[in-house]
Design a protein around this ligand. Structure first.
Ligand SMILES: N[C@@H](CCC(=O)N[C@@H](CSC=O)C(=O)NCC(=O)O)C(=O)O
Length: 281
């Protein structure tokens, strides 16, 4: 593990690390924000951010403006890349010319189909390998939260629902709440999990809610001027699933906001406060 960037930020430090991932079989990078409390040696909770399609570890750390709030709340932030990578083309990491499949579009699951199955194991990476790495490197309280945007919002919701006890808080911006029912998710699931749709429900938040083993309160923000709202995001499906299951959901429809990081930056303080409250408990 090697630090490749470090920048003083709000009394803490924004870092970027590279490491060889055994899970993914390639080099990976992740952003690590250490608040002032962590730099002073205090154990802090960790909140994981999962980015959306086309993103790397850079989008969140350079655009969301989260560091000021993490510094105030004493939260460590970890922002991984969105898929395995193979910039040199020597590792055999599969890819696709489209922006919504392959590198930059890992969908936070472990692929079972060829040519994806060897390297596309983002669920195992985010849930197990990355936290083990972070927690061996920085003093943490052992409590974790997870949030994300769009494809990463899908990742945050499904990983929290699929791994009860692993996360103490969860939230999402403009998540793909029902990937098995919208074009982005159907394309990715067909490629990564195969054409048998009965295997898809295990990675679809709206399908997972009914049988959830714990009822972690969900905070979801959704822009009403989001260009992907009607075609890909469909927050009403999460609302229906949560109502049917009695799962606590705060869904905030924000007039005028689009799908961009301007939207995320506008409400990231509320999300980090949601996580800080749960992670302190
Ligand atoms: N066609 C667009 C789609 C890419 C896009 O909008 N990506 C979003 C996430 S969408 C769902 O996961 C994003 O976060 N982009 C990066 C950013 O910094 O805004 C395209 O290819 O541009």
């Amino acid at each position: 593990m090697q630090r490749v960037e470090h920048h003083a930020s709000f009394g803490g430090r924004q870092e970027v690390w590279r490491h060889d991932s055994a899970t993914l079989g390639c080099e990976m990078r992740f952003g690590l924000y250490l608040p002032p409390q962590a730099l002073a040696g205090q154990a802090c909770p960790v909140v994981y951010w999962l980015s959306g399609l086309t993103c790397s570890e850079q989008n969140f750390i350079t655009k969301a403006g989260a560091q000021a709030h993490a510094a105030r709340l004493g939260l460590i932030l970890v922002a991984p890349d969105t898929s395995p990578r193979d910039p040199g083309g020597t590792l055999g990491v599969a890819d696709d010319a489209a922006y919504d499949l392959g590198q930059g579009a890992g969908f936070y699951l472990d692929a079972t189909q060829q040519p994806w199955a060897r390297h596309y194991r983002m669920e195992s990476y985010v849930v197990h390998e990355l936290p083990a790495l972070v927690e061996s490197h920085v003093a943490t309280t052992g409590r974790r939260g997870i949030f994300g945007h769009s494809m990463g919002g899908h990742g945050a919701l499904t990983l929290a629902l699929r791994h009860p006890g692993r996360y103490a808080s969860v939230s999402a911006f403009s998540p793909i709440v029902a990937p098995a029912r919208v074009p982005w998710g159907r394309k990715a699931f067909a490629a990564y999990l195969g054409e048998d749709e009965s295997r898809w429900a295990a990675h679809d938040a709206t399908a997972l809610i009914a049988g959830a083993a714990e009822r972690l309160p969900l905070l979801v923000d959704q822009g009403e001027a989001d260009e992907f709202l009607a075609g890909q995001l469909k927050p009403e499906l999460l609302e229906e699933a949560c109502a049917a299951a009695g799962h606590p959901l705060t869904l905030r429809r924000q007039p005028g906001y689009d799908h961009s990081y301007y939207f995320i930056a506008s409400f990231v303080a509320d999300h980090l406060e949601h996580h800080a409250r749960a992670l302190a408990a």
